[in-house]
Design a protein around this ligand. Structure first.
Ligand SMILES: Nc1ncnc2c1ncn2[C@@H]1O[C@H](COP(=O)(O)OP(=O)(O)OP(=O)(O)O)[C@@H](O)[C@H]1O
Length: 448
């Protein structure tokens, strides 16, 4: 690896030489005035700069040096600028620090101390870059938007990572607002199809008669009002991922057409005469029990099997251990920023209410609730009233000991089972109970 670049801004040629000599661990580039310093900064993008504040045309003052400092930090805010103050008063050096300079060093120069200061500045710069890179990776991560510490939910995330690269159809089961679309988007972004489109359609939101043309598109004149050829969502998703939300609400005749597409991978636009090959990865979601819909004849069994090559069940928020408070903090910070409010915090009573409330609308309900609270909060604290939760969601006070024990038992069992991936023997070991006891407890709590 080549040497790191260091820019020395100094108008005294004697000092330039001295600095080059004492800082020979670096590739030193020099500049002797504001203009050349800015040119060198743009050209070499040094991590560290040493500069004299007394630059021409104001070699005895600090005006030019401070102006350069401001210009440099505006152009490259991460640069660590070390002020070498000579005759200038200490006040100027302090002003430079207040403006964002990294450190200052008094002339005459002590080579050892200066080397140390410069080395530390390089080190800090590297650390900050590394930190930024990590944050970037985290926020670029396709699953980064999914906030959870719950073992069950983390298991879903791991399955998403594993399943995403395959072309298998994925069925997402979960209550409304539990994050099914978020997971579907994660699947898309982690797949080899990520540079193509992710197209979503909500089968429950579109009237039955319109859904077919939404899916398959139509030709001009196919029906009254079909004034021009229109591509369907499946065709738009070609090469990418197609997300069918609320698939349980699809009417039987259309289910037959979807099944034909899944078998043959061709579509015909409504009113069209020729087949068009389409390559999409299908992800579907439902909050209904599709298997029982299939058993009662309201959902085609063959379609069910086609769609459910991989099934991922997303736990409702009330079953996720610790996630309510975690998500509440996450949304509070997000909305404080977007609503330009200074930092808010939850009162202990508000947090207790958040933890006690069962969140039937899951994460979506939580998101809306916290947005409201951030807008309504009067002062720096979010109180239970700001949350606007229904009466009776005021924390743990109403829970009796037996209920509390049961709830704790349930939580710890779910946690243990998730940790050992459903292995009963290991879960019993972890919980310190016998296998039959665990079976009894599971059946008591309705766990399969
Ligand atoms: N774990 C999570 N972390 C952060 N945000 C989440 C999480 N889960 C869901 N959300 C947010 O909650 C909202 C609802 O999520 P999403 O639309 O994915 O739910 P859904 O299950 O598809 O809902 P529906 O069944 O009603 O279509 C979205 O704004 C989503 O970004």
């Amino acid at each position: 690896m080549g040497k790191s670049k260091l820019l020395v801004v100094e108008d005294d040629t004697g000092l330039q030489k001295q600095l080059r000599w004492s800082l020979d661990a670096y590739e030193v580039v020099v500049a002797d005035d504001r203009e050349s310093a800015m040119a060198q900064l743009r050209r070499h993008q040094p991590a560290v700069v040493t500069m004299d504040l007394g630059l021409p045309p104001d070699p005895d003052g600090a005006r030019e040096g401070l102006a350069l400092l401001q210009q440099m930090l505006a152009a490259a805010p991460d640069t660590k600028v070390i002020i070498l103050s000579g005759n200038q008063v200490r006040e100027h050096a302090l002003k430079a620090i207040a403006m964002g300079a990294y450190d200052f060093h008094q002339k005459p120069l002590d080579a050892d101390t200066l080397s140390l200061v410069v080395a530390r500045a390089f080190y800090l710069h590297t650390m900050q870059q590394e930190n930024r890179r990590m944050l970037q990776i985290q926020s670029d991560s396709p699953l980064a938007g999914i906030i959870s510490r719950d073992p069950g939910m983390l298991k879903v995330c791991r399955s998403v990572e594993r399943v995403a690269p395959s072309s298998a159809s994925v069925m997402l089961l979960g209550d409304s607002g539990s994050g099914k679309e978020l997971i579907a988007r994660g699947l898309h972004r982690l797949s080899t199809r990520h540079d193509k489109r992710f197209v979503a359609i909500n089968c429950a939101a579109i009237p039955e008669q319109l859904l077919e043309s939404e899916l398959f598109g139509y030709e001009k004149g196919a029906f009254t009002g079909a004034q021009r050829q229109t591509l369907g969502k499946l065709e738009l998703a070609h090469g990418g991922t197609f997300f069918l939300d609320e698939i349980g609400d699809m009417a039987l005749p259309l289910q037959a057409k979807l099944l034909r597409f899944l078998q043959e991978r061709v579509i015909e636009r409504v009113g069209g005469r020729h087949e068009i090959s389409i390559d999409v990865r299908i992800v579907c979601a439902t909050h209904q029990n599709l298997k029982s819909l299939a058993d009662s004849g309201r959902f085609r069994e063959d379609l069910f099997y086609r769609l459910s090559e991989i099934v991922l069940s997303i736990p409702p928020l009330r079953e996720r251990v610790g996630d309510s408070a975690l998500l509440a903090h996450h949304f509070k910070n997000k909305f404080c920023a977007s609503e330009s409010r200074s930092a808010l915090h939850f009162s202990p009573e508000a947090l207790a209410a958040i933890e006690a409330y069962p969140w039937p609308g899951n994460v979506r309900e939580m998101e809306n609730c916290i947005r409201r609270a951030v807008i309504m909060a009067d002062g720096p604290q979010i109180a239970p009233l700001d949350l606007g939760l229904p009466d009776g969601a005021e924390g743990d006070a109403s829970v009796n000991l037996r209920q509390a024990r049961e709830a704790a038992e349930y939580k710890v069992m779910v946690q243990a089972l998730a940790r050992v991936d459903g292995n009963i023997v290991k879960a019993a070991e972890l919980l310190g109970v016998s296998r039959p006891t665990l079976y009894d407890l599971m059946s008591h709590h309705g766990l399969k």
